[in-house]
Design a protein around this ligand. Structure first.
Ligand SMILES: [Zn+2]
Length: 162
């Protein structure tokens, strides 16, 4: 069976057993940005359930223009007021340079490599908290997930002053 067929077969069982959530607004008013890394089960690691949070994923879990586009809607249209930016240990974006990734992929793109988790989380949180259109966001946390132990480290915290 090919990979797509495996997905379709699994879906038939899922659809039969699934709980429906009618409201598109995340019930915990939460959005989580994290890496696409296959070792991170975001819902399980954070104790989240269907309908509770937006989950945005890209390489590194970095704040890109596309993440900002999504969060503008999350916060203004769908009621999100708390953001979690979750990087992780053993990330493929750590310890490499844009130049190395450009050479390796042949893609002339900015890859947002991570030199230091705390520094890049601070950088990303600065980007999020200085966008005037993300004014509905009240709390941002920067965490690092350990892919070996499953533990989280609470690295940076920001709260909007009233
Ligand atoms: Zn990663």
């Amino acid at each position: 069976m090919g990979e797509v067929e495996r997905l379709l077969t699994a879906n038939a069982a899922y659809a039969a057993a699934r709980a429906n959530v009618a409201d598109p607004r995340p019930s915990r008013r939460l959005a989580v940005l994290t890496c696409m890394d296959a070792r991170i089960d975001v819902f399980a690691a954070l104790g989240l359930h269907l309908g509770e949070a937006h989950v945005l994923r890209n390489t590194g879990g970095r704040v890109t223009d596309d993440v900002l586009r999504s969060l503008a809607l999350s916060s203004h249209v769908l009621g999100v007021d708390t953001l979690v930016v979750m990087q992780h240990t053993k990330c493929g974006l750590a310890g490499v340079t844009d130049r190395e990734l450009q050479d390796r992929t042949g893609a002339d793109l900015g890859f947002f490599p991570i030199e230091d988790h705390a520094a890049s989380l601070r950088e990303d949180i600065e980007l999020l908290t200085t966008k005037p259109y993300l004014e509905p966001v009240k709390v941002v946390a920067g965490l690092v997930y350990d892919v070996e132990s499953g533990e989280l480290t609470d690295v940076v915290r920001w709260e909007r002053r009233p």
